[in-house]
Structures are given as structure tokens and as C-alpha cells.
Ligand binder design. Structure first.
Ligand SMILES: [Fe+2]
Ligand SMILES: [Fe+2]
Length: 293
């Protein structure tokens, strides 16, 4: 599996591998322009990322083999989401029922590297998708960026709760103290949108992530109610809107089928990888909150 190369999503050949030297022409310039968001890493960082992704995905290869169609993917997704909703998570219970104000603040600060950069990583997928697959993704992105209203951008909603908690809203202030597991949660989306060879990883993961967010954010809402925190729109808005975003992600997968054969095994690997990193990030943040009594 070529984890760090790009395949052209249109199916057009771009030479002998993704990094082949392209003959100068307007056609090749166009094909290269479609990959304009490709982030080139230093070699050491690229190797690190490749080893991380391979290690992350390898335990899940067996479980993905039965997911060969949209119907099978959706059934497996529904079962996964039902199990997540029914699970008794000690971390979620702690957040909903026990975390004090400073512990809640620490949890919110831990995820600031995500909330303050919300949806930035998603942008890179857009030029990699066929035009009609871009539309449901754009539908999601429009909401993420407040439908053009800065006051409703999800990153602004995150700033609002940080301000109420008396925290900084500068990304730089969170870089040193954020758990590695939380960075992993943000970085998996950057890999899927920018460097994963196939777009199915991201579209599958997005279908799971948007659908599971209400389950993840309900305990945050409970904590806000219990602690009298007023700037809870970041959580309540996601509980409302991500139901629709999950549907849009599934529309994107269906639409992709009209353009290419869709490998649902990769979509399911994306689900499992993101579920894994999401749970570990939350558990790491909760563990820090416990210490921080
Ligand atoms: Fe969002
Ligand atoms: Fe969303």
C-alpha cells in the first residue's frame, strides 16, 4: 500500500508514481495544480508519519475485509454508532457528572489545538474529489465556517468558551502542553486529506466522526449545564448540525461511486483509525484532568 503518495482522484495518470518529474505542458501543469495542497515534509517527518499511519492501520486490516459495499459499510457504521451510544464510558461519565470547573477548563484547553483550527484540515480534500463529490463536503464546510458569518465559525465558538473559562484563545499558547494523543487526533485528518493515497479513508472517517460527535459532546453539554457555563454553543451547535454532516458524508461516498469504484475497506479502515485516535485523545485529556484536581 502506498500510504504517502497521491493518486489523481480523476483517474488521470500523472506519470511513474506521484513524485515523477512531469514534462512541462499545460496538461501536466493542470494535473499538478490539482495537488497544490500537497504538503511536503522533511524526510524524517515524512518517515515518522508513514510509520505512525502503518502502525495505526495494521491492527484493523482484518476487520475491514468484509466491508465491500455501501450497504455493508452503512450497516457496520450503524452498529458501531449504536455501540458507542450505549457504551458506559468512565471518561464521559466523569465529564458529565464530576469534573469541577478547573478540570473542565483543562479538558477544553487540551482540545484547543483542534477547536481553534476547526475544519482547516478538511479543506485539502476538496480539490482531490470529483466535482459532484465536492458538493456535500462543501455543504459541511460552509457550516464549519459559519455560513460566512465569522461569529458562527466553529473555531469562533471555541474561542467563546475558552474566553468564558478565562483561557487564552491563541493557538501558540496551547502547543507546549497538549497531549501527544490529542495531536494524533488532529494529525490523522491532515494525513487523510493531504497524503493518504485514496480519498476513501477520509470520507469513511468523516461519516463516522460527524455521526458520533453528538454522543461525544453530550457529556460536555451536561458539564456546561452543571457548572453554569453559558458559552456552550460549540457543543450544542455540533449536537444539532453534525447529524446533517454525517448524512452529507454518506452522500459523498455514494456520489463517489458514480465516478470510480469505491474501496469501502479503506473507508472502514478510516473509521477504525479515527475511532481509535479519538478515544485515546479523550482518555488522555481526561487522565490529565484527573491529575489536575
Ligand atoms: Fe465543527
Ligand atoms: Fe461537523
Amino acid at each position: 500500500m502506498h500510504l504517502t503518495s497521491f493518486d489523481d482522484p480523476t483517474g488521470a495518470a500523472v506519470g511513474e508514481g506521484a513524485h515523477a518529474v512531469l514534462a512541462p505542458s499545460q496538461k501536466n501543469l493542470f494535473l499538478k495544480n490539482r495537488h497544490a495542497l500537497e504538503a511536503s515534509h522533511e524526510a524524517a517527518l515524512a518517515e515518522y508519519e508513514t510509520a505512525w499511519i502503518e502502525g495505526l492501520l495494521s491492527p484493523f486490516h482484518g476487520g475491514a475485509t468484509s466491508v465491500m459495499s455501501f450497504g455493508a459499510f452503512q450497516n457496520q457504521l450503524d452498529r458501531n454508532l449504536a455501540a458507542a451510544a450505549a457504551a458506559d464510558s468512565p471518561g464521559a461519565r466523569f465529564l458529565a457528572q464530576e469534573a469541577n470547573h478547573s478540570q473542565f477548563k483543562l479538558l477544553v484547553e487540551q482540545f484547543a489545538v483542534d477547536g481553534l483550527t476547526e475544519a482547516q484540515s478538511f479543506l485539502a480534500i476538496v480539490p482531490r474529489l470529483p466535482l459532484t463529490v465536492q458538493m456535500p463536503i462543501m455543504r459541511i464546510l460552509i457550516d464549519e465556517f459559519g455560513c460566512g458569518n465569522i461569529d458562527f465559525m466553529h473555531s469562533r465558538l471555541y474561542q467563546n468558551i475558552l474566553l468564558e473559562l478565562g483561557s487564552s484563545i491563541e493557538l501558540a499558547d496551547f502547543i507546549a502542553d497538549t497531549a501527544e494523543e490529542v495531536y494524533e487526533f488532529v494529525n490523522i485528518f491532515h494525513w487523510m486529506t493531504k497524503r493518504a493515497a485514496q480519498v476513501e479513508y477520509f470520507l469513511g472517517a468523516l461519516a463516522w466522526f460527524e455521526a458520533v460527535v453528538p454522543t461525544f459532546f453530550n457529556p460536555y453539554m451536561d458539564a456546561c449545564m452543571r457548572l453554569g457555563i453559558k458559552q456552550h454553543a460549540y457543543y450544542s451547535e455540533h449536537i444539532h448540525i453534525d447529524f446533517y454532516h454525517a448524512r452529507s458524508a454518506l452522500v459523498a461516498l455514494r456520489e463517489l461511486e458514480k465516478h470510480q469504484s469505491v474501496d469501502y475497506r479503506l473507508a472502514w479502515l478510516g473509521v477504525q483509525a479515527v475511532e481509535d485516535v479519538t478515544n485515546r485523545a479523550f482518555d488522555a485529556a481526561v487522565a490529565r484532568a484527573h491529575i489536575h484536581s
